[in-house]
Design a protein around this ligand. Structure first.
Ligand SMILES: NC(=O)c1ccc[n+]([C@@H]2O[C@H](COP(=O)([O-])OP(=O)(O)OC[C@H]3O[C@@H](n4cnc5c(N)ncnc54)[C@H](OP(=O)(O)O)[C@@H]3O)[C@@H](O)[C@H]2O)c1
Length: 251
């Protein structure tokens, strides 16, 4: 799909990878970009940079009402980028005090994506099929125990991506999964000793892969390494990733 001339909506657009995606969409000549963010005004800097091409939309992906309103308001979208995400470094499956955070992460990273896909599928159909791009994680490929509760949310979103692709094939919607390793954003601020790419690097890799119609994209060297290790010996990779528990105490 050509980015030039497209009308895109990016969730979690106010900072991190989402913000970089908005900037890259502008650079690649998207006609309009809806910068969706939870708090009104958080995307004001992007609206200013967009000189008429960026429109801020208030959108918490855990809120059915706001998702419905966004689909009604942004009825011209032909590119949906599900980027919004929630993660707490050090959150364990067992050795953490409550399940509240695990449930919150699943609500954003899995159900949030599902809500958005369901609401925007008819919009994309009405606009010729278009595309859905889901920002996933290398942790979807094999559980990274230091992100114990987050990893299953991304594995679930990976499975969702495959199912949505099958369901929307008939209406001509292209659906892709972007596997991201480690990026210099607030989400990864506590991740030490790992090579990180910039949000701009991830945004470029994402949109260039869309133009090449790649359904599964390993967006950086860390993800490429994890996928190669998994192909060689998945149990050895599991044991390797288990050592991540030593990086930080549980939160
Ligand atoms: N950074 C990495 O190393 C890395 C690695 C693998 C995958 N990823 C994935 O990349 C995506 C972007 O992450 P990032 O690194 O840019 O993280 P970030 O800087 O923490 O940004 C997260 C974005 O998601 C938004 N968000 C959180 N909960 C939301 C909700 N309920 N509704 C709408 N928006 C919500 C945040 O909004 P507020 O500002 O309002 O909180 C923020 O805009 C995520 O899906 C993440 O899982 C990141």
């Amino acid at each position: 799909m050509k980015v030039e001339g497209s009308i895109a909506l990016v969730t979690g657009a106010n900072r991190g990878i989402g913000e970089a995606l908005v900037r890259e969409l502008l650079a690649m000549k998207a006609a309009r970009v809806y910068a969706a963010c939870r708090n009104t005004g958080d995307a004001a800097h992007l609206v200013a940079e967009g000189a008429g091409r960026v429109i801020e939309v208030q959108l918490d992906v855990t809120r059915d009402d706001q998702v419905r309103q966004a689909a009604a308001r942004c009825a011209d979208v032909n590119l949906l980028i599900n980027n919004a995400g929630l993660s707490q470094f050090g959150r364990r499956l067992i050795n953490s005090p409550s399940m509240d955070e695990a449930i919150a992460e699943m609500n954003v990273n899995y159900f949030g994506v599902l809500r958005m896909c369901r609401a925007f599928a008819p919009v994309l159909k009405a606009n010729g099929g278009g595309a859905i791009v889901n920002i996933l994680s290398a942790a979807a490929l094999s559980n990274l125990p230091v992100l114990g509760t987050y990893s299953p949310t991304k594995a679930a979103a990976y499975s969702l991506t495959q199912g949505v692709r099958a369901e929307l094939a008939e209406q001509g919607t292209f659906v892709s999964a972007i596997f991201v390793g480690s990026v210099e954003t607030r989400m990864a601020a506590d991740v030490k000793g790992v090579e990180k790419v910039t949000p701009a690097y991830t945004a470029k890799a994402t949109l260039q892969s869309l133009e090449r119609r790649e359904e599964e994209v390993d967006a950086d060297p860390m993800t490429i390494d994890i996928r190669a290790r998994r192909a060689r010996d998945p149990k050895k990779l599991e044991r390797f990733l288990a050592r991540s528990l030593k990086m930080v105490p549980p939160v």
